[in-house]
Design a protein around this ligand. Structure first.
Ligand SMILES: Cc1cc2nc3c(=O)[nH]c(=O)nc-3n(C[C@H](O)[C@H](O)[C@H](O)COP(=O)(O)OP(=O)(O)OC[C@H]3O[C@@H](n4cnc5c(N)ncnc54)[C@H](O)[C@@H]3O)c2cc1C
Length: 285
């Protein structure tokens, strides 16, 4: 296997507007944030951008802000920062956990939360968390910015709703709910690796009754996806262990489960049920 990328041009931009202009002007250009997914793909020649547009030095993209009713996580916030941030741990524990279980220390120190979302890997951790948290992704392109609900962002394997000339500038996580959680089985048996199967859950409970829930799966289908059957089953219950167990049985309802190198369809469906139950129990706990 060759380990050198094809020839490419490199441009380090000073602003998002410059990045958008470079993407617009150059067919086949790609944004680089942490480079943790882009560079391996280029080295394996699975991806050969004509130009790498490095946004790593753009000021103002590396903060996590409290904006009242939501948190805003900028495009250059690293997994390690998302995992450790008090605001994220308080208002979006599912995302803090997903970030803390991503790869190894090196990956968490270089890779970005937004980069992971833009990359849209079918087995990534942050993707399930932002679906369960009801996040909004903000993209900037030649005609300004637009907001994309997480539910519309993940289109297919390695395909997001971003246009080739758009930069994901931040992800917004609404505050609220009683709790959220994420858990997974990683590919090498541990938890710090892409998910064989993983689940994120967000819940709202009032007077002992679950009044709202969002549950999402990663690793089991062609893209991260909501587990609508589980959501329907858990709302209106008391969130007890038996209610969780019954709801988790609907984990892959309406989901096309794919066999891969890490497990058969049956095994993945089983894991989905196990991790949905764990995420729900932790979110309700
Ligand atoms: C050894 C290893 C282990 C890993 N383990 C895990 C794991 O356990 N769980 C997991 O979820 N992930 C894992 N990853 C992936 C990791 O999380 C990457 O950091 C992440 O997928 C991409 O973030 P990045 O900032 O490095 O993006 P880059 O590699 O720079 O970019 C990735 C893709 O997203 C696009 N992109 C990036 N930022 C933007 C933006 N702001 N706007 C528009 N497009 C953008 C790029 O053009 C490219 O197509 C692993 C990676 C490695 C190398």
């Amino acid at each position: 296997m060759t380990m050198y990328p094809r020839k490419f041009d490199y441009v380090a931009v000073g602003s998002v507007a410059e990045a958008v202009e470079a993407l617009r002007a150059t067919e086949g250009a790609k944004v680089m944030a942490g480079g943790m997914s882009l560079l391996p793909l280029m080295k394996m020649r699975l991806l050969s951008p004509t130009t790498v547009v490095d946004i790593g030095r753009v000021p103002g993209l590396d903060s996590i802000e409290d904006r009242g009713d939501h948190l805003a996580i900028g495009a250059l916030v690293r997994h390690a920062d998302t995992a450790a941030n008090e605001l994220v741990r308080t208002h979006a524990p599912a995302l803090a956990t997903a970030a803390s279980l991503t790869g190894d220390v090196q990956v968490r120190n270089r890779g970005t939360t937004c980069g992971s979302l833009a990359h849209a890997d079918l087995a990534a951790d942050q993707t399930a968390a932002v679906l369960a948290l009801g996040a909004t992704l903000v993209a900037q392109g030649p005609s300004g910015t637009r907001e994309i609900p997480a539910d519309e962002f993940f289109v297919d394997t390695l395909t997001s709703a971003l246009e080739p000339d758009e930069v994901l500038v931040e992800v917004r996580i609404p505050k609220g709910g009683t709790g959220s959680a994420y858990d997974k089985l990683g590919r090498r048996g541990g938890r710090s690796d892409y998910a064989v199967a993983g689940a994120a859950a967000w819940v709202e409970r009032s007077n002992g009754t679950v009044t709202a829930a969002r549950v999402a799966l990663t690793g089991v289908g062609t893209k991260p996806t909501r587990a609508r059957g589980v959501e329907e089953a858990i709302v209106g219950t008391d969130g007890s262990a038996s209610a969780i167990e019954a709801a988790a049985r609907r984990a892959v309802e309406g989901v096309t489960v794919l066999e891969d190198l890490y497990g058969s369809e049956e095994y993945k469906a089983h894991l989905a049920e196990v991790y949905v139950a764990r995420a729900l129990a932790a979110a309700l706990g």
